[in-house]
Design a protein around this ligand. Structure first.
Ligand code: NAD
Length: 470
């Protein structure tokens, strides 16, 4: 698939194959762009700024709404392409497309609500006699750099608010799974002037880095790993940066929890998208009084999951993004087993598949839980008390989301107060997000928030206008 730059479709001399992780078949190729092409995309995005700014908010909103309708019409086609390139079960791809439609719709609505406020300068010393107000202005050009696991919805979380507040966009999709995003940008291009949305493909360390360092880009909106995020924060200079990074989310089960609901929380949180979810349940912290009952029910439910062809609508567990990714998970699990973790079920690899796995007796000094593991693993860490549960939950560089299962509201409120993460859910696993909520982590999980209204805030600048009426 070609890149879209300034309304034209552009290929390149060097091509990279995009492969289906399920059967290794080549789905398509993408250009590995050179830096001159990246500069062309930057120039085109800058040239298009005035065309977008001149459009009324009414028109921008309607055009985004038109794209909503186009994506609805192509729901199945987009879902199938997503499953082909990511290996996620078709039912999960359909959910991602539905959420993408919702995210776009929210942006079409938000495009009509971008305004400042009047400011009472007379509340400050010598401020009497002014009429003052603020305006929310676009930043200019936003570069969206995104990961492979939810490529479409996570990219729309950047493109849609950026356009809603009249920024032009350059999208650098993930090299492993770029196609759904590139195809979506073609829908947008049909509605907006040339250059409002551009796609550039290639290696993150070259093309991504070039965008990050460019002084002709006004904002980097990045979702991906902490390692890349840290590099971006060091190189971006004076431009605005939003970083949505990794997670190591805890799910706490206290002695008074509804065990069936907590088990459901782990099934939905640890195995979704084969565990390749930033807000996936990565540590299951269980109080000793219920640990045996919880573990046996979790194993029973885990063994009901159907692993297989991601295109089959009975499949619950697809492949990882590649065989290499599955091998990495295998090595991390084997290391934990060598250090004393007990396998309750799973712990096997088949090509790019990794079986849904439950491990017991996991300790925080194992790499499996001290780092972010991107695979279908539910590691049980047993604790004696609420104090210990909170201590373990916070014993990580990450702080994206968290969930606690308990029927004691005082215990729940202690978790809400003391767990250091961007979101704490009570009686719900961390793996839950609506597309309007403020989403973004504490600590090394990132900087800034997404969720359309919050993303718009981070993609605009505020100007104050003061009229001296004295
Ligand atoms: P990654 O950091 O390897 O890549 C993300 C994107 O950055 C890709 O498009 C890649 O090409 C690009 N990139 C790589 N090096 C770059 C550089 N030096 N400069 C600029 N861009 C560069 O991440 P990934 O493996 O694709 O995704 C998995 C990670 O993303 C996990 O850590 C996961 O938790 C995180 N994630 C976070 C969220 C969130 O919202 N917080 C959501 C999904 C995934």
């Amino acid at each position: 698939m070609d890149m879209l730059i300034g309304g034209k479709y552009i290929s390149g001399d060097d091509l990279e194959e995009v492969k289906n992780p399920y059967n290794g078949e080549v789905i398509d190729t993408i250009p590995i762009a050179h830096l001159q092409t990246a500069q062309l995309a930057i120039d085109e995005a800058n040239n298009a700024k005035s065309k977008l700014v001149e459009m009324s908010a009414f028109k921008v909103s309607n055009k985004l709404q038109n794209v909503v309708e186009k994506l609805k019409d192509k729901r199945q086609e987009f879902a199938e392409l997503l499953t082909l390139e990511v290996g996620k079960p078709i039912n999960e791809s359909l959910v991602e497309i539905d959420r993408s439609i919702e995210t776009l719709k929210l942006a079409a609505e938000e495009a009509k609500r971008i305004y400042g406020e009047s400011v009472p300068l007379d509340a400050g010393l010598n401020g009497k006699g002014f009429f003052a107000f603020t305006q929310k202005l676009p930043l200019g050009v936003v570069a969206a750099i995104t990961p492979f696991n939810y490529p479409l919805n996570l990219t729309i979380h950047k493109i849609a608010p950026a356009i809603a507040c009249k920024n032009t966009v350059i999208v650098k999709p993930p090299t492993e799974a770029p196609l759904t995003v590139m195809k979506f940008c073609q829908l947008l291009d049909g509605e907006f002037p040339d250059g409002v949305v551009n796609t550039i493909t290639g290696y993150g360390s070259e093309i991504g880095d070039y965008l990050v360092c460019s002084s002709d880009i006004d904002k980097i909106s990045f979702t991906g790993s902490v390692t890349t995020g840290l590099m971006i924060s060091q190189k971006a200079g004076m431009k605005k940066v939003t970083l949505e990074l990794g997670g190591n989310d805890p799910l706490i089960v206290l002695n008074d929890a509804n065990i069936d609901n907590a088990v459901k929380g782990v099934i939905n949180g640890a195995f979704l998208n084969a565990g390749q979810v930033c807000m996936g349940v990565k540590r299951v912290i269980v109080q000793n009084g219920v640990a045996d009952e919880f573990a046996s029910k979790l194993v029973e439910e885990t063994e009901k999951l159907v692993m297989g062809n991601p295109m089959d609508d009975k499949t619950n567990l697809g492949t990882l993004i590649s065989q290499n990714a599955a091998i990495q998970v295998e090595q991390t699990v084997n290391d934990a087993i060598d250090k004393g973790a007990k396998v309750l079920t799973g712990a096997k690899r088949d090509g790019a598949f990794y079986h849904a796995t439950v491990l017991d007796n996991v300790k925080m000094d194992m790499d499996l839980v001290s780092r972010e593991t991107f695979g279908p693993i539910a590691p049980i860490i047993r604790v004696d008390s609420l104090d210990e549960a909170i201590e373990v939950a916070n014993d990580t560089e990450y702080g994206l989301q968290a969930g606690v299962f308990t029927s004691d509201y005082k215990a729940a409120m202690r978790c809400v107060r003391e767990i250091e993460s961007g979101t704490v859910f009570v009686n719900k696993q961390s793996t839950f997000r609506t597309d309007n909520m403020p989403f973004g982590g504490f600590k090394n999980s990132g900087i800034g928030k997404e969720g359309i209204k919050y993303a718009v805030e981070e993609m605009t600048k505020t100007k104050l206008i003061g009229l001296n009426l004295r």
